[in-house]
Design a protein around this ligand. Structure first.
Ligand code: HXC
Ligand code: NAP
Length: 281
């Protein structure tokens, strides 16, 4: 797999890393909750945030994945001690209680990253109603559930809370073969813009980050590699390479740092130019 020459190899986990451009302690005293923080892009965001000094809360459904992620973060980042919560983002009341519990414990929430999602390739003519509903429920309703539950904590964040919704460029273009995910993420794009205005008066910044295909992730595996179309997809990358989890984590770190103070309601495309080079694998 082609990756940029700028990438460096991490000693601990073998994940290809970018050299950090951020100053030490940039996110110190920030309480950050990341849904889907137990693998892939979410775990990558958690790692970079921990390296920059944030206090982490990671959410997922499976206890074993959360425990493994916690161990990995503690091994890789001295001083990191993430709180883990096993809860399904689709469960409105359970999410409300879990996030309120975190706000009670820390007195506030500074950052919410809505990253948990479900996706699989399935042409719409073959898709069951439950398959459609399941993806909409995780991606769109789950994001709404977490945003609403986090509001009181984000309002209490000194300097203004931050929400980042992880979406996908195909939310803008449509996605033949993944209409459920594209539709759900298009809903998330719109929710972001509404909340940026509704909650701007509370000092809360709400933005979308739109990753292109990211090496070493479940998304890349199930949407492209398992279907034998990864080589065709890489030809559609303007930069000729899939991204790294650090590319998404660094974009998120910028947005939640003081660098993002005047940024709200934006679509931050981090896709290696995939969006502009059309075609479907
Ligand atoms: C057709 C499928 C299917 C498939 C599931 N279903 N997988 N239909 N093709 N491959 C159908 C089931 O048959 C069922 O419908 C319905 O979907 C719900 O399935 P469950 O397994 O009961 O759902 P659940 O246990 O809630 O799991 C949700 C899931 C699962 C989305 C199906 O895959 C999951 O938990 N995914 C989380 C991880 C993930 O998706 N990661 C990738 C994110 S990548 P019936 O009618 O039979 O009841 C991403 C962007 C990638 O979002 C971009 C790449 C560049
Ligand atoms: P991943 O490795 O499959 O991670 C998904 C995470 O979400 C896991 O921690 C998973 O843990 C959790 N999760 C899934 N369903 C959940 C639910 N209902 N409730 C709570 N947690 C849930 O996925 P990824 O490939 O890194 O993708 C992460 C995000 O990036 C997604 O929003 C995806 O749409 C977006 N994205 C990915 C790519 C890519 O190339 N991978 C490209 C564009 C956009 P459990 O299984 O334990 O619940």
């Amino acid at each position: 797999m082609v990756v940029s020459l700028e990438a460096v190899q991490s000693d601990e986990s073998g994940v290809a890393r970018r050299t950090s451009i951020f100053r030490e302690g940039l996110l110190e005293d920030r309480i950050a909750l990341i849904t889907g923080g137990s693998s892939g892009i979410g775990l990558g965001i958690a790692r970079v945030f921990a390296e920059l000094g944030a206090t982490l809360v990671i959410v997922g459904r499976r206890e074993d994945k959360l425990a493994a992620a916690k161990q990995q973060l503690m091994r890789e980042v001295p001083g990191a001690e993430p709180v883990t919560i096993a809860v399904d983002v689709r469960k409105h009341l359970a999410i409300r209680d879990s996030i309120h519990g975190i706000v009670e414990r820390f007195g506030r929430l500074d950052v919410l990253i809505n990253n948990a999602a479900g996706n699989f390739h399935c042409p719409t003519e073959d898709m069951s109603e439950n398959a459609w509903r399941t993806v909409i429920d995780i991606d769109l309703h789950g994001t709404f559930n977490c945003c609403q539950a986090a509001l009181a904590g984000l309002k209490a964040s000194p300097g203004g809370g931050r929400i980042i919704n992880i979406t996908v460029p195909q939310a803008l273009s449509g996605w033949p073969g993944s209409a459920h995910a594209a539709s759900a993420k298009a809903g998330v794009l719109s929710l972001t813009r509404s909340l940026a205005v509704e909650w701007g008066g509370y000092g809360i910044r709400v933005n979308n980050v739109l990753p292109g295909p990211i090496a070493g992730t479940e998304g890349l595996k199930r949407l492209y590699q398992d279907r034998g179309v990864a080589d065709r997809e890489i030809e559609r990358m303007a930069l000729g390479s899939f991204g790294l989890v650090d590319d998404i984590a660094n974009a998120c770190a910028f947005l939640v740092s003081p660098g993002g103070d005047f940024v709200t309601g934006c679509d931050f495309m981090v896709d290696g130019g995939r969006w502009l080079k059309r075609g479907w694998a």
